[in-house]
Design a protein around this ligand. Structure first.
Ligand code: GLU
Length: 419
């Protein structure tokens, strides 16, 4: 899959919003680049005794409103261009939500499926060691992303704490979020991105007098985000028509049971071969006639080539950057509505913020508290984006950027530029 110019997409989206809102030209200079870019090369001993070198990244885009924040992904496509783009999107995401974090992202260029669990642990620990003080609980706080999970966060936490004097260890459990609950994680963090997507879709449905119980949807990606979104939409009575992941695509006109598919994927590693659905090709998948499409996999899936195939009313972006600039233009032309990534998938980082707060205060919130606070924050973001789209007579992606840029512009103006 060509992933040329992911960062160029961010720049184009940023420029469009900055022009329309008349962003202060000096502040525009600051926000159009990243602050720090860390690249580390580190050796890891494999199970068979040989040594392999890995390349890891951490890009910190902005921290004017709070510590850098964002996930780490393990994927062959991870490179500086991609991580820059993802870090920048995190800055907009946290600004739209109005939480006191900046934006960062990182990862390792690798295919985790090629490694044993013991190797993954050593890779993760050695990466954490290589990052050293480039991360920290009040400085830069990683979290799960594509192909990383709570177990990886537990290894990172443990490694980070081993590098500190014993009396400081318990002060730093908020160095990563998305941890297992027993190791200081928050209830509701695992499903948080999916839960946020569903809250945003629900808010959109209310505004449009749209009955979710009668609706149909299909999902690309069946990892944390895709599978949780699919399961949570099921509880509204919506019908899941098709699912695609890295192993293939499946469809069933009468509806796929998302919970049953989760059980199957846990055993088989992917949706391919699911007995209660028929295999379909990529184009047929994207052409599924439905009300809602949730891309929850990787970047650049909705493009000038593929966007014309879509036959939906709404695209709710679970992935980061699933639609490129040319894809956006086609969606607009076709009158397909959009819940943009920096708003729609912000539930993960919002509940990461709750986890961070609980760790700092040695508190433990219950699920009802987490969910209701998530709902309040993400629906607040939804309303700001909706109202800004009306105010500027623009598309929702540009409106989302304007919400973020306005907030950051205000902070820079208040604080001034040192010295
Ligand atoms: N990786 C997630 C995202 O892209 C979550 C980041 C976080 O919780 O810090 O938003």
């Amino acid at each position: 899959m060509a992933k040329l110019g992911v960062y160029e997409n961010v720049v184009a989206q940023f420029d469009a919003a900055a022009e329309l809102m008349n962003l202060d030209p000096e502040i525009r200079k600051i926000l159009s680049t990243t602050i720090n870019e860390v690249i580390v090369h580190f050796p890891v001993v494999m199970d068979d005794g040989h040594v392999q070198m890995f390349t890891g990244y951490r890009v910190q885009h902005n921290n004017v409103v709070g510590p850098f924040k964002g996930g780490l992904r393990y994927h062959p496509a991870v490179d500086i261009d991609e991580v820059r783009a993802l870090a920048t999107w995190m800055t907009w995401k946290t600004a739209i939500a109005g939480i006191p974090f900046g934006g960062a992202k990182g990862g390792i260029q690798m295919n985790p499926r090629e490694y044993s669990l013991a190797e993954l642990e050593r890779i993760t620990r050695r990466f954490t060691f290589a990052l050293g003080n480039n991360i920290g609980p009040e400085w830069d706080i990683p979290a799960p992303d594509v192909n990383t999970n709570a177990q990886i966060m537990a290894w990172m936490l443990d490694t980070y704490q081993q590098m500190m004097p014993p009396l400081e260890r318990n002060r730093s459990s908020h160095v990563v979020t998305g941890k297992p609950i027993e190791a200081g994680g928050s209830v509701g963090r695992d499903k948080a991105t999916g839960q946020g997507i569903v809250y945003v879709i629900e808010a959109w449905a209310k505004d449009h007098d749209f009955d979710l119980a009668q609706s149909t949807y299909f999902v690309q990606g069946f990892g944390n985000v895709g599978s949780w979104t699919a399961r949570l939409l099921k509880s509204y009575g919506a019908t899941l028509l098709a699912v695609e992941d890295h192993t293939g695509a499946i469809a069933k006109p009468g509806g796929i049971d998302a919970d049953d598919l989760v059980r199957y994927v846990r055993q088989s590693g992917g949706v391919q071969g699911y007995p209660h659905g028929a295999a379909i090709d990529h184009q047929t998948f994207l052409s599924t006639k439905a009300d809602i499409f949730v891309p929850a996999a990787l970047e650049n899936q909705i493009t000038a080539e593929t966007a014309p195939w879509l036959d939906v009313m709404l695209v709710a972006e679970g992935a980061n950057g699933p639609t490129n600039v040319a894809g956006d233009a086609v969606l607009l032309e076709k009158n397909i509505q959009l819940l943009p990534d920096v708003l729609c998938n912000s539930g993960g980082v919002i509940v990461s913020y709750f986890e961070w707060l609980q760790n700092k205060r040695s508190e433990f919130w219950d699920l009802a508290e987490v969910d209701s606070k998530l709902h309040k924050i993400i629906v607040g973001g939804y309303r700001r984006v909706r109202d800004t789209a009306r105010e500027y007579q623009t598309d929702w992606r540009t409106a989302a950027y304007i919400v973020a840029l306005r907030r950051l512009e205000t902070v820079y103006k208040e604080r001034g530029i040192f010295p």
